[in-house]
Structure formats: C-alpha cells, structure tokens
Design a protein around this ligand. Sequence first.
Ligand code: SF4
Length: 371
Amino acid sequence: MNAYLHIPFCTSICSYCDFTSFAGQETKMSRYVDALCAEIQSSNLEGPLQTVYFGGGTPSLLLPEKLELILKTLHKKAGFAADIEISMEANPETVDLTRLQSYRDFGVNRLSFGAQAFQTEILKKLGRGHDWARVEKAFADARQAGFTNINLDLMFGLAGQSFDQFQESVRKVCELRPEHISMYALQVEEGTPLARQVDEGLELPSEDQVADEYAWAQTYLLALGYEQYEVSNFSNPGKACRHNWNIWRGEDYWGFGLSAVGTVGNVRHGHGEDLMAYIEKAPQGYESLLEKEVLTEPIRAWERIMLQFRTQEGVLERDVEAYVRSQGGSSYKERFNRFEKEGFISLIDGRYRATSKGYFVLNGILETLMV
Ligand code: SF4
C-alpha cells in the first residue's frame, strides 16, 4: 500500500502555484499535525506500507518531532515494509544539516528539492525563497546527512529565461549528480499571480522554445546516463520514485491531509481545501473528512491508459482496444499507425509506448482515444 500526506504550509506563495498551501499560517501547523494523525488513526488503512510520500506545500517546514509523530502514527496503524520508501518534498531554504539528519533518523530516505532554475533573477520572478547557493548548500547537507536518493525539480518554459539560461540551469543541476531529476513546464494556472501578470502583458517563451528546451534536456540527460521513465521524470537506473511509479501503474493509494486525494478499490476520496474545517473535523474521524466518488470501470480503464502512457512501460495494445471498443469507438488504429510512422509512438511486444518526441505531444495522442 502507498500513502500520500499533504502538508499545506509554505513560507511564501510562488507566483505560479495553485497547490493547496498557505503562507503565514505556521502557528496552525501543530494542530494540523494532530488532525492528520487523528485522520490516520481512524481510517481503515491496511499495511504494510510500501511507500509514503510527504508532499505540499513545504513538508520540510515540519519540525522533526512532528514528522516523527506522523511516521509513528502511520507505523502503528499499518506497519512498514522492510524496504519502505519514505519521500519528502523540501525547499532548500527551509533545511539545515541538523534538520536533515533528524529526518533521516526518523526514516525519510528520499528527498525532493525544488531547485527550479539557476539564475537568481528568474527564481525571484517565480517567487521562490532561495537562490542557487541555497540549493547547493541544501544538497551538500543532505548528502552529509546520508541521503543517497535525492531528486531536484527543474522548470522550463519560464518567463524571462533564454534557451541558453535554461541549458545553464540543466547543467548546474547535473553537476550535483542527483539520482533523480523532475522537469516540469511552467503552467499558467487560473487565479494565480502569474496568470494576472500574463494578462497584464508578461511574455512567455514561444511554443517552439519550450519544445526545444524539453528536447534538448532529454538528449542531455540521456547522454549522462539518466533514464526517462516518465514524461517529466528522469533517474539513475533503479532510482525511479517508487511511490509515483506505483500510482502510475494503477496501484491503490491513500491520501491523508487537506486536499489530499486517494484511490482505494473503486472509490476516490478527497478532502476539500478548508484548513480550519479540516482541523476541526478530524477528531470526529476519517469518514467525517471525506468527499467520495465511486469510479466506474470505464473511468478506471481510461485513467490507467492515461497514466501508463506517461511511462516508459507504456500501455498494452489490448487494453487500448478494449477501452475504445467499450466506448463504442473503433477508428483509433489508423491514427495510431500514423503516430507510429511519424515517430511519436512505438508498438513493440503488444505495448504502445510514447517515444521521446511523443512525450511532448502526449495529450494530443491521448485525445485521439476519446470517443
Ligand atoms: S513552494 Fe511549492 S507549494 Fe509552496 S508556494 Fe511554491 S510551488 Fe507552491
């Protein structure tokens, strides 16, 4: 079993962010952790847990003793597999050696730092609270604390960042030799400060530049020995994020905490986005917090296809055929043959896989399956 835990606190809010997170609410963190533990205790979670993922928000704002409390609660409730992966997202400016050593002592064995870019002026525009020196310091501290599985997040398609500057960012990230690199295109989400800036005339890089950045980084990372195991994710062999892998493969996962989503069997549960409502309702038990949706088999099948197509493993041809037929369609084959000829997908041993080039137009490929 897999568990995701959401920690919805940040020191400030980045201009592009539409995750559920609050700045200046750290005084509520202790009550939030109690609520999270109450939710875990009163749930039907069954273990042993194979993976735990602390996402946010900024989970590295958690005091080590609070992290310990959450992990002890999870362990008591469900037990941990001997080779459990416990991942934590962290912002470079929130950690130091002592804190990282404590996280490691309490069982965290994978860190994911938001690095995003090398240039200070770009980081400032994004609203990030760190510069590159902080990234290097956090990374060095993490190594010293014993972490041997570290991800760095990097963004592309950034306003004001030239192609050369993007290349410089990728090179800087690679110089640190992290085991894992995630690379995300900047998205302009409605209601964010970035969306307002774009409305007011902020220029974003052209689609061609964004595509070139993605393609260049793919080639560069593959040449260094990283494997691209998913659209946005590259790792050294054997260092893929097991938590995300399991979810992309369609395994069940529990979500705990504000706005967290989980899928167990054919039920998807969510939590809403009201921080105080979450804190106040949690002592009444897990069920009081949930928004539930029953997923039909066609929805599950479509989700599996979407997720698996994002990965190196790809999708069984027979699953695609069965899904399209169940929806009353029949004509995807011709279009898929064309995608194959154009080098966007491959069909080998009964599995469709997106190629490196195909990853960039994956949404377009998937749209052709929607009947
Ligand atoms: S650190 Fe992450 S969660 Fe927090 S505001 Fe920035 S992007 Fe959003």
